[in-house]
Structure formats: C-alpha cells, structure tokens
Design a protein around this ligand. Structure first.
Ligand code: ATP
Length: 250
C-alpha cells in the first residue's frame, strides 16, 4: 500500500492524462506572490508523473481573483523570483506573457494564445482541486475547459468531494465532460480534451503565510528556495526594510 493513500479510492486520473501528456506543454498559473516550495514540489511531481517535457510557470500580471487587500509584489519582481526558483530544472520555464500583456490576467486569453502557438491538444493546464471548484467565477470557464487538458492536483488520502470530478466541477460546467464512473477522469464532449485527478504531495505552505511571517518579522527560511528568500528580503517587498541583510531579518 502506498503510504497516505486511502485504499478503495481511485488513486488518480493519471493514466488518462498520460495518454495526452506526451508532447504537451504543462502550464502552471498562479500569482506566485512569492513562489514557494509548495508550488515547486507540486510542479515537479506533475511533470514527473506525466512525463512532461516542459512545464511553464505563468505568473499573473494583475490577478483578478485576489482580494485588493492582498499585498501583491510588483509583477517583474514575482517573475524574477520564479526564474530564480526554477533555475537548473531542465523541464521548468518561466513564461512572462501575462505580465507582458499588462492589466488583468485572464487564463482564457493565455490558453487561446498557447493553443494558437502550440496547437490543439498540446496544452495541459495544472490547477489545484480547490481552484477548480471555483472555476465558474473565472472569465469564460466553458472555453477554458474546451481549450486545454486539465491536471487537477489533489492530496493523497483526500476523500469525498475533492476526489470526485463530478462534485468538484461547478454544477454549470459538469456537463462538459464524459466522466469515468469513479469521477477521477473525463473527456470533453466537444473537443476531446481530458481532465484527470493527480495526487501530489501538498506541502502545507502558502504565499499568504509567508507574507504574514514577514510582516511579523518571523523566519521564512526553508519555506522557499534560499536564493528566492534572499531576493525577497533584499527587494523590500511585503514591508521588509529594503536591502535588509538576509541573515538578520529571518
Ligand atoms: P496565497 O496564499 O497568496 O493565496 P498560494 O500560495 O495559494 O497564494 P497561488 O499563486 O495563488 O499560491 O497558487 C497558484 C497555484 O498553486 C494554485 O493552483 C494552487 O492550487 C497551487 N498551490 C498553492 N500552494 C500550493 C501548495 N502548498 N501545494 C500545492 N499546490 C499549491
């Protein structure tokens, strides 16, 4: 038995995704405010499990979803941290298109562009199960599902709604797919794009917790790559005094 996995529940939709992942480019969108080991580990496991040749991190320019009160570091800075974080990983790339486009970032626009560049069936969007549950609040969700394959990250051992696409997909979007009886995978009725659940190690790290630690002058060491930690501290972002020596701050 695999440690942490609940017996009797479907492991994942990895098989269905693997059929289409060959030759596809993974797309991992996020605010990355800042990027941390939770993002990196999840991305590494998705790339490995699906044997992706390339996985792109696409930092949002102006994220439409984040509440205005969330402190968002300048886009160029978040992009630079992503580049630092993925340096040396031959499969990972940073894709600055949402930042270059300017204004609010809409996933549907990014996916339209990528499909035009790479071809239909060659884009695989990586998303957390909790984010998928809220997909109906995004712009043009029906088109998003029709454009790209979806790898939906779940946690090993998770049960109930978070392991069943029938329940995870917002009600108005459920009809888009022909799902497998166990709800772990599906195929788009019109375009044939796939969706599948994929177990990844979900480290309990979030960007908001890192920012909260910085505000209260607590250590963020080991929550993000060391080079990124130093760059964040030196940038003066999140209220840290600019140029603060990394050793002294945290
Ligand atoms: P915040 O805490 O500011 O809301 P975040 O840490 O959740 O930010 P985002 O940039 O909003 O990071 O997340 C981008 C993507 O990364 C989402 O699909 C989200 O589900 C996923 N993600 C975030 N944290 C983790 C984690 N610890 N493990 C796996 N995936 C994660």
């Amino acid at each position: 038995m695999t440690r942490g996995r609940v017996e009797g529940t479907p492991a994942s939709g990895a098989g269905v995704l693997r059929e289409v992942a060959r030759g596809a480019v993974g797309v991992f969108g996020g605010t990355f405010n800042p990027i941390h080991i939770g993002h990196l580990r999840a991305a590494e496991e998705v790339a490995e499990e699906l044997e992706l040749g390339e996985l792109r991190f696409v930092p949002a320019g102006e994220p439409p979803h984040k509440p205005a009160r969330a402190e968002i570091a300048p886009a160029e800075q978040r992009l630079a941290w992503v580049e630092l974080a993925i340096r040396g990983n031959r499969r990972f790339r940073a894709d600055p298109r949402e930042i270059r486009r300017g204004g609010r970032s809409y996933t549907v626009e990014t996916l339209r562009e990528l499909v035009a560049e790479l071809g239909r069936g060659r884009v695989l969007f990586v998303i957390g199960a909790d984010a998928l549950e809220e997909l109906d609040t995004w712009r043009s969700p029906e088109e998003i599902l029709a454009l790209a394959h979806f790898a939906v990250m779940t946690r090993p051992g998770q049960q109930g709604a978070l392991r069943d696409l029938q329940r995870l997909l917002p009600p108005r979007l459920r009809g888009a797919y022909r799902l497998t009886p166990d709800g772990s995978a599906g195929s788009h009725r019109e375009t044939g794009t796939r969706i599948g659940l994929l177990d990844v190690t979900a480290l309990d790290v979030s960007a908001s917790a890192i920012r909260a630690r910085l505000r209260s002058h607590r250590s963020i060491r080991y929550l993000l790559p060391e080079e990124v930690r130093r760059a964040v501290l030196e940038s003066g972002a999140y209220g840290v005094s600019r140029g603060a020596p990394a050793e002294e701050v945290s």
